[in-house]
Design a protein around this ligand. Structure first.
Ligand SMILES: Nc1ncnc2c1ncn2[C@@H]1O[C@H](COP(=O)(O)OP(=O)(O)OP(=O)(O)O)[C@@H](O)[C@H]1O
Ligand SMILES: [Mg+2]
Length: 252
């Protein structure tokens, strides 16, 4: 049976989509059938894999109950990697979802045969702890939390962990934290080293050993519509994401 990961942090621009896309691609390249689900109306994961925004069917159709996720999956340039694309119309979901019956379990209800079809499923969440992220956390087994190594890194993490605990208690007892991944790390700066030490001290068990470096190839890969491992397989970002994918798989 496959495992479902939510990639979540309410903070914007910390590397959620980059992590979801590249961990998904690295696992697929390692031979695991993998599904990436774009739950963000920005559609960044969708376009990062070279698909257009607003395709039908999309993740919104699945949340609406029209079809299960596997039926909305499309192939990508990476063999073994499929994606359920997003739509800008999902921006209305924060208003519409709470009005629907079972508003918090709609994604879980739409999983269908996902666990049988895919060894890994990654849910790329928007930068908010709103209804879409709640749906992801209710459907997921584990959460991967990208943390940008910058001055305010710890800010918001306590709130995120409180939300996870609440969802665990009320809606999804099996939910656990897979780990926090330090992203956009610039090892040459004192600040990045200090932030890394601080986050590891605060959450000794939770932080992945792998650190994702700030790497220009990682940032430019989405404009080519491919994961960084396709854009430049030998760059430091590709090596780090491959390592992270192994660590995620090893933690089970
Ligand atoms: N390791 C990296 N090196 C260089 N640039 C990076 C790296 N990781 C992410 N970026 C760039 O930083 C920006 C933010 O990353 P990303 O979109 O993954 O964050 P996000 O958390 O998904 O953002 P949002 O909250 O808006 O969904 C993007 O332009 C991305 O290409
Ligand atoms: Mg994103």
């Amino acid at each position: 049976m496959g495992t479902i990961y939510a990639v979540a942090n309410q903070k914007g621009g910390v590397g959620k989509t980059t992590t979801a896309v590249n961990v998904a691609a690295c696992n697929a390249e390692a031979g695991s059938r993998t599904l990436l689900v774009d739950l963000d109306p920005q559609c960044n994961a969708t376009t990062a894999l070279g698909l257009a925004r607003d395709l039908r069917p999309n993740v919104y159709d699945c949340l609406s109950g029209e079809l299960p996720l596997p039926d909305a999956a499309r192939p990508t340039a990476v063999e073994a990697l499929s994606i359920v694309p997003s739509t800008t119309e999902l921006a209305g979901a924060s208003v519409e979802l709470p009005r629907l019956p079972g508003s918090e379990t709609r994604l879980r209800d739409a999983l269908g045969t996902v666990r049988a079809d895919y060894r890994l499923t990654l849910l790329d969440c928007p930068p908010a702890l709103g209804p879409l992220t709640v749906n992801a956390l209710v459907a997921a087994d584990r959460v991967i939390v990208p943390v940008q190594t910058e001055y305010f890194a710890l800010e918001g993490l306590a709130g995120l962990l409180d939300t996870l605990a609440l969802i665990q208690r009320e809606l999804n007892p099996r939910l656990t934290v897979a780990g926090m991944i330090l992203t956009m790390h610039d090892g040459r700066t004192r600040l990045a080293q200090d932030v890394e030490r601080e986050v590891r001290e605060h959450f000794p068990e939770l932080v992945f050993d792998t650190v994702i470096p700030r790497n220009i190839r990682v940032g430019e890969a989405p404009s080519f519509g491919v994961p960084v491992t396709r854009h430049d397989p030998a760059c430091s970002g590709s090596l780090a994401y491959a390592e992270l994918a192994r660590e995620v798989a090893a933690r089970g």
